[in-house]
Design a binder for this molecule. Structure first.
Ligand code: TXE
Length: 478
């Protein structure tokens, strides 16, 4: 893939090229991408601003049709997008293709949302007046996205922003920008007017300040420290900010759990997609009565996974996406061992035919909630088991964490499930289901510092991507 920046409807070279490599095989180069300069980012913001009035007034039916067409094209090219995603990010081909499909469905969903654009009408307390509350585009949106869902996250930000009449500058992760290039090609093919979506690639630390100062709103997904930095940078210009950040998600297993369901939900939540999901299970909190049986089954499940090349149809767990993340994961593992956590599975690099970043699904037992392995977001196929006495202690341990994105519980007791649903401090609660793996038509996100500035996806996205206007109309009719 040879990717260029997309500014004002034109594909443009950058100041230099950045190369990406296949994490399943570091000897394979995947793409060369034009690196945008700060001046390019300024031009992209200016183009988005010029395009804004036209897109904000764009005929509703035509806007809906355009988003639907974009969704159709994404779905028709899902295999191609999935293959690029698998090569560049390392997600196994079936998951990568499904993610591309999800991106297409998101565009279809927001094609429908265009037609359900919110608004309210009220009687006034004063006779002869009515009140209309309308929801207007927030303006130019900078979408800054990470590598772990390189088509779904750009899609859910762009589809929602466009549906509500905004224009966009998209800045994808430098580790996996290929899918964002394809998304912009598809939006162009679908007929989106020039300037409505712009793409700038490169280092977020360099381009970020220009985007944050120039845009009306920034929607960011990524690391919690980066999110804090963005919030600080947005303060002087009071740019509206939406942050989807890290998780340290607890999954509770109670004595009354169905063991099969508990093991599979924990396994999927922990090791699925190589654990590189902000909603992944990282702390598995297990009550004493079921602890040994559960741990024995879960450790066996960990060693049953086939780890390997993302394009190999037999592979169940792909590589870690980047060398930096791989080394970070190994660092967490070493420190957990040194701190007294006991390795029940994995913990080592996996050798394969290709020179890939393969890490065995890893499970620590005998951990407590104070250990680094249970406090810092690992963002890899690694989890720690914490033994507790009962649901009360499980709730307390689950809540003893700054991050509050997703959470889960395995129990066959309805009252226990409901108690946890109410007690959880997280933005999302799963009962007998993995903490990761979510629908796109309902709100997604967590409480600060996991999330900030309104939920994404579903109709909840309107909160961030629109501004309210309250109009009083004195028509004089009593
Ligand atoms: O994230 P960054 P990285 C977590 C996970 C991982 C860590 C680092 O723990 O180990 O983050 O991943 C852009 N101003 N998550 O380095 O740095 C950057 O170019 C503006 C959790 O990939 O946050 C990229 O486009 N932008 C997460 C995007 O921010 C800046 C998913 C994300 O990069 C910037 C991925 C700046 N100062 C990683 N610095 C989740 N919540 O799902 C960087 N960027």
């Amino acid at each position: 893939m040879n990717g260029r920046n997309f500014i004002d409807g034109r594909w443009r070279d950058g100041s230099s090229l950045d190369t990406t490599f296949n994490p399943s095989d570091l000897d394979e180069q995947v793409g060369d991408y034009a690196r945008a300069s700060r001046a390019d980012a300024e031009e992209a913001i200016a183009a988005a601003r010029r395009a804004l009035p036209g897109w904000a007034r764009f005929n509703m039916q035509a806007r809906s049709d355009l988003l639907r067409r974009a969704g159709d094209i994404i779905l028709s090219r899902a295999a191609e997008i999935g293959r690029l995603l698998a090569r560049e990010e390392g997600k196994i081909l079936s998951d990568a293709t499904a993610e591309a499909g999800r991106a297409g469905q998101l565009f279809h969903y927001y094609a429908g949302e265009v037609l359900r654009h919110p608004g309210q009408w009220y009687d006034s307390m004063r006779d002869g007046l009515n009140i209309i509350v309308s929801y207007e585009p927030v303006g130019v949106v900078a979408a800054i996205t990470p590598w772990n869902f390189p088509i779904a996250i750009p899609a859910w930000k762009c589809a929602a922003a466009l549906a509500y009449g905004n224009t966009i500058v998209l800045k994808p992760s430098e580790y996996a920008p290929g899918c964002a290039v394809m998304l912009c090609q598809i939006l162009e093919e679908a007929g989106l007017p020039a300037g409505c979506v712009n793409l700038v690639m490169g280092d977020g630390r360099e381009l970020g300040p220009v985007l944050i100062e120039g845009a009306d709103a920034v929607s960011f997904t990524g690391a919690t420290p980066t999110g804090r930095r963005i919030l600080e940078m947005a303060a002087p210009s009071m740019t509206k900010v939406q942050l989807e950040l890290g998780g340290k998600n607890p999954f509770i297993v109670l004595d009354d759990a169905d063991l099969d369901i508990a093991v599979e939900a924990a396994a999927q939540g922990t090791w699925g997609q190589t654990g590189q999901r902000c909603t992944g299970s990282e702390r598995i909190i297990v009550t004493r009565g079921i602890h040994d049986a559960f741990v024995e089954r879960l450790a066996r499940r960990a060693t049953s996974y086939r780890v390997g090349h993302a394009l190999d149809p037999d592979t169940q767990i792909g590589p870690v996406a980047t060398l930096a993340q791989f080394e970070k994961n190994l660092g967490f593992i070493e420190k957990a061992k040194a701190g007294g956590a006991e390795l029940a599975a994995g913990g080592t690099r996996v050798e394969a035919r290709s020179r890939g970043l393969y890490l065995a699904p890893t499970l620590f037992v005998g951990t407590d909630n104070g250990m680094e392995i249970n406090r810092e977001e690992v963002f890899g196929p690694v989890a720690g088991v914490i033994k507790v006495e009962d649901l009360d202690e499980a709730i307390a341990v689950a809540a003893d964490c700054e991050l509050a994105l997703s959470s889960g519980i395995a129990t066959t007791n309805l009252a226990n499930a409901e108690r946890y649903r109410r007690a959880s401090t997280a933005g999302m609660v799963m009962i007998n289901a993995p903490t990761a793996g979510l629908d796109y038509h309902v709100p997604f996100g967590g409480r600060a510092p996991s999330g900030y500035g309104g939920r994404e996806q579903g109709s909840a996205a309107a909160e961030f991507f629109t501004e309210m206007k309250t109009a009083y109309i004195n028509h004089g009719v009593m």
